[in-house]
Design a protein around this ligand. Structure first.
Ligand code: SF4
Ligand code: SF4
Length: 210
């Protein structure tokens, strides 16, 4: 993957004044955005709606109005819980959930997603954990999450969860040795090759090399 800021600059130059066009070409299911008729059903149905800065309806309106910075730097689409409430109710059948995740992923690729966003942090930790061996190492995943904000914060968090850790240990659901070497997929190298290929295809699809 190339330099993310550079990718952002390239996208800016290519799609100047046409954020809708950029979304249509580069964001998953982005070509649906123009179908939105601004009825507001998604905004009213969203489970987390009241806590979002911008509802899906507003995000679609902002995309059409060319508010690139405001949309891509927004925290809103990271709040989507994939409940699909909006999708089943949208009279125009927009795949709103996929577009929300597509926008978040695109902002992340460009390096303009909000920093310290908890969903983004969790997704990155999960992804980096599972691609290493092809399987999630739960112990390391949990510890990475606890210690992501520093040593003291991690210790505090770990201490607050010690009774649960103990119960998991007693029930043989937690193996401290996993910290050193956890389960691995048989063909780890094959998984890495597959992911590399998928990344190449995705980059081509999103026009990152254009
Ligand atoms: S429910 Fe569908 S058509 Fe209505 S505002 Fe939301 S996305 Fe647009
Ligand atoms: S899928 Fe996402 S955008 Fe749609 S209602 Fe649920 S939380 Fe809101």
């Amino acid at each position: 993957m190339g330099n993310m800021t550079e990718l952002n600059e390239q996208a800016l130059a290519k799609y100047r004044n046409s954020f809708l066009h950029e979304v249509e070409e580069r964001v998953e299911e982005g070509d649906w955005v123009k179908m939105c008729m601004q009825c507001g059903v998604c905004a009213g149905s969203c489970t987390f709606g009241p806590h979002w800065e911008h509802s899906p309806q507003k995000i679609f309106m902002m995309i059409r109005a060319g508010k690139r910075e405001e949309v891509l730097r927004s925290d809103s689409m990271w709040m989507c819980t994939s409940c699909y409430n909006c999708v089943v109710r949208c009279p125009r059948k927009l795949p709103i959930t996929q577009i929300m995740h597509g926008l978040a992923q695109y902002a992340h690729r460009l390096g303009v997603a909000p920093k310290m966003q908890p969903t983004r942090d969790l997704s990155l930790i999960f992804w980096n954990n599972c691609i290493k061996t092809g399987r999630v190492n739960e112990l390391r995943f949990t510890l990475s999450l606890y210690f992501k904000d520093g040593l003291m914060a991690g210790i505090r968090q770990a201490l607050s969860m010690q009774s649960i850790a103990l119960a998991l240990l007693m029930a043989k659901r937690l193996n401290p040795l996993e910290f050193f070497k956890g389960h691995e997929c048989k063909d780890k190298a094959g998984i890495h090759r597959m992911l590399k290929k998928a990344q190449e295809i995705e980059s081509r699809r999103q026009g990152a090399h254009k």
